[in-house]
Design a protein around this ligand. Structure first.
Ligand code: ASP
Length: 434
């Protein structure tokens, strides 16, 4: 295994996981064996990634912002980052809407299947509705209020508060720029070193990635519902996956046009993060690896990646927004509703906002989908239709979410003159470019 590139090792782990999952679900007690003896290793792997997400954001952002040495550079970069993020999200939703209107997947669901699914899964949808109801009760500026934590230590205790931690880190970094250099030197050196240590920890965790994804996928396959359900949802799933693939092509074109870096370079550099996004369904858990790949393998300087990527992991979810648009229209079609052009344009706005509000964790996109359905007057019971296949689609949309962040970080880096050559400094040195 030693000479194999990291992404091949991870792919092999995934493949073996699927095979073991299928084999084990075919005999009595096999599923329990997977749950008791394999699944925990997947959980350990994800936990270890999540464990370093908050310290990584703190260290990388404080270092990144203070390296800028100039507040105007920060605001230029911030403005550009948010602008490009919102633009790519709107493009993603539009692609989703276009596809779902062309393919019309909702029309192929029979009345009988629809009733069955609503009945089988309505229990699960209640949970999602509750979570989204809580969000609905809040005022329009609540998101802004939530950005500013009352207590940084409290904020840092939950991976769901990443935006608050980002706020603190940027604020701290700004403070660090503004004090005299000799006074801030110790603090800056501390965070530089801290950052190095965290990045080394990412390297170490990645050594376990092939085994981690093996365990994750074996458990997922062994626990998944029957294939029959998936068949009824085939066209819907194909529409989402088709849209997501278009997004991947779009990012490659974008990167090539703006930075002249070839798709092979971009995909080779980012692929381990993509595979991890697929296996964990969480942009937040993947963030440490995305940061490492983008900085060391795609040549984005740390000052840019440490700002653009954590922000992107929390607010830029192109895959999620595309999925939300397709799912909303699919459910409407399945219930025989015709959506007007106005409503569909409104879906662009709500899905964009809903994806920004989605947490970077498994299944978050579905919670926020409730808001999109509510806006368009589509029955929320329809969530039951897409429930069965949501996890595999979550895995795919998370890949797009992570790829989008990486692509935008290259664009922003290029625009501020911070896109250099890759400088690989980890154990996986020797595979790039082969
Ligand atoms: N799992 C996705 C992510 O972490 C969010 C979602 O669409 O559910 O990026």
């Amino acid at each position: 295994m030693k000479k194999l590139a990291l992404h091949w090792k991870i792919l092999l782990g995934m493949l073996l996981g699927v095979i073991v999952g299928i084999l084990m679900s075919n005999f009595d007690g096999g599923k329990e064996i997977v749950q008791d003896w394999i699944k925990p290793f997947g959980a350990i792997f994800i936990n270890s990634l999540k464990l370093i997400a908050i310290p990584l954001i703190l260290a990388a952002l404080i270092k990144g912002v203070s390296d800028l040495k100039d507040i105007s550079k920060l605001s230029a970069m911030g403005g550009r980052t948010i602008g490009i993020y919102i633009t790519t999200t709107i493009i993603a939703v539009s692609i989703g809407l276009l596809l779902v209107n062309i393919v019309n997947p909702g029309r192929s669901i029979s009345e009988k299947t629809r009733m069955e699914m609503v009945e089988n899964y309505s229990g699960n949808t209640a949970k999602y509705k509750e979570a989204s109801e809580l969000k609905k009760e809040q005022g329009p500026l609540q998101a802004l209020v939530d950005l500013v934590p009352q207590n940084i230590f409290a904020a840092a205790t939950s991976n769901r508060n990443m935006l608050q931690v980002i706020f603190f880190a940027v604020f701290f970094g700004v403070g660090l720029i503004l004090i005299p250099e000799e006074k801030g030197k110790t603090v800056k050196d501390f965070f530089d070193g801290f950052n190095e240590v965290i990045l080394k920890m990412v390297d170490l965790i990645m050594l376990a990635a092939p085994y981690g994804v093996f365990a994750l996928l074996a458990a997922l396959v062994a626990e998944s519902p029957s294939l029959d359900l998936f068949k009824a949802l085939g066209w819907y799933a194909l529409t989402v996956v088709g849209g997501l693939m278009i997004m991947i092509v779009f990012y490659n074109v974008l990167v090539f046009v703006f930075t002249k870096k070839k798709p092979k370079f971009f995909m080779n550099g980012i692929s381990p993060a993509q595979l991890l996004a697929f296996s964990t369904s969480s942009s937040a858990a993947t963030l440490p690896v995305t940061m490492e790949r983008v900085t060391e393998h795609l040549g984005v300087e740390e000052e840019v990646s440490s700002f653009v990527l954590p922000v992107g992991a929390t607010i830029n979810m192109d895959g999620t927004s595309l999925y939300q648009a397709v799912a909303a229209v699919f459910i409407a079609q399945a219930f025989g509703m015709d959506l007007t052009l106005g409503t569909q344009l409104g879906i662009i706005a709500t899905a964009t906002l809903a994806s920004i509000g989605s947490a970077a964790v498994p299944g978050a996109g579905m919670v926020m989908l409730v808001g999109v359905l509510g806006y368009a007057g589509i029955p929320e019971a329809g969530l039951a239709l897409i429930f069965a296949i949501d996890r595999p689609l979550d895995m795919c949309r998370t890949v797009v979410n992570v790829t989008g962040d990486a692509a935008v970080s290259m664009l922003v880096a290029k625009s501020v003159g911070k896109l250099g050559e890759p400088h690989i400094k980890n154990w996986d040195d020797n595979y790039e470019g082969k």
